[in-house]
Design a binder for this molecule. Sequence first.
Ligand code: NAD
Length: 311
Amino acid sequence: MGEHVATRIDGNAMAAELHARLADEVRELRAAGVRPGLATVLVGEDYPAQAYERRVRRLAEELDCAYVCEHLPGDVELAEALATVGKLNADPRITGILVLRPLPPQVPEVELYRILSPTKDIEAVTPVNAGLLAQGRPRFIPSTPAACFHMLDTYLRSTGRDPATAYDGVNLVLVGRSNNVGKPAVWLGLQRNATVISAHHYTDQAGRLADFTRIADILIVAVGRRGLVTGDMVREGVIAIDVGINPVRDEATGKVRLVGDLDFESVAARAEAISPVPGGVGPMTDIWLLHNTVRAAAMRAHLPHPPEMTL
Ligand code: NAD
C-alpha cells in the first residue's frame, strides 16, 4: 500500500483567486465613482503587527484602494488613540478600519472598539457587529475566521461535497477562543449546522485537550503554540486548519521561519486534508480584509455589495 498523502489546502492559490476577483470588483466600483479605502491603526513597534501592516498596505496598493496607516507611539495616551479612531471614522476616503493588536495597557482594545464606526468595522469587533455575527446575520465576517471557512468550503466543494450541507452535525472542534479568531469561528460553525466544541487553555490545563481534538471531523487550531496538536491527538480522516503562527530560529542558518500549531508531519499522516503554515490561513486572511474593505465601500455608496464569499 502507498503511503497516505493528505491534501494540502493551499491558501496561496485561493488567495490569488480572490485577489483577481476583487480587482474586478474594485474596477467596477471605480467606474461608479467609488474608491475603497483601508486605514490601519498601529500602536508601538510590535514586529508581527508591523509585518501585517506592510502586507495589507501592499495589497491595498495593488488593488488601487486608498490606504492610510496611523502609527502611534507605544506610550500614546488613550485620549489621543481615541481621537485617531474618531478622525478615521469621519474620513470619507476610509471605508474600513483595522486596529492592529497588540495594544499597550493604557489603550484597552475595548475602549477603541466602543467608538469605532460599525459601518467601517470590517473585523466585526464593535459590540453591534460582533452581536450581528453571533445572531447569524453578519455585517462583516472577520478576516481570519472567514479565511478558515472559505478554505474549508472551497476544499469541500472541490471534493464534490456541498458546503451548504457538508457540515450538518459533524464535529467541529476549535482550539483557542480569542475574540478575533476562536469565538467568531464558533458562530460561523454553528451557522453551518456543525456540532461545535470550543476548547482552550483551561481544556488543556484540565488534561482534556486530546479528548476533544480526537473526536474532531474538522479541526481549527488558533493558539500560538508550536506543535500543540500532534498526530496521535487527531482521528484518521480529519480536515485540519492551522491558524497559529510561531517563529522558529533555525540553529544552523540562524534564519527565522514560521510554523503553525499543528505538528504538520504527524497530523498530515492521518488527515484527509490540512492547511500548511506558511501558505495557508495567512494569505487568505490578508485578502479577506481587503474584501471587507471593498464590501464596506459598496455598502456606504448604497451599491450592490460584492456577494459574500461564504455561506
Ligand atoms: P490569543 O493569544 O488572543 O488567544 C489564544 C487562545 O489560545 C486563547 O483563547 C487561549 O485560551 C488558547 N490557548 C492558550 N494556550 C492553550 C493551550 N495550551 N491549549 C489550548 N488552548 C490554548 O491569540 P489569537 O489572536 O487568537 O491567535 C492565535 C494564533 O493564531 C497566534 O499564533 C496568532 O499569531 C495566529 N493568528 C494568525 C492569523 C493568520 O492570519 N494566519 C490571524 C490571527 C492570529
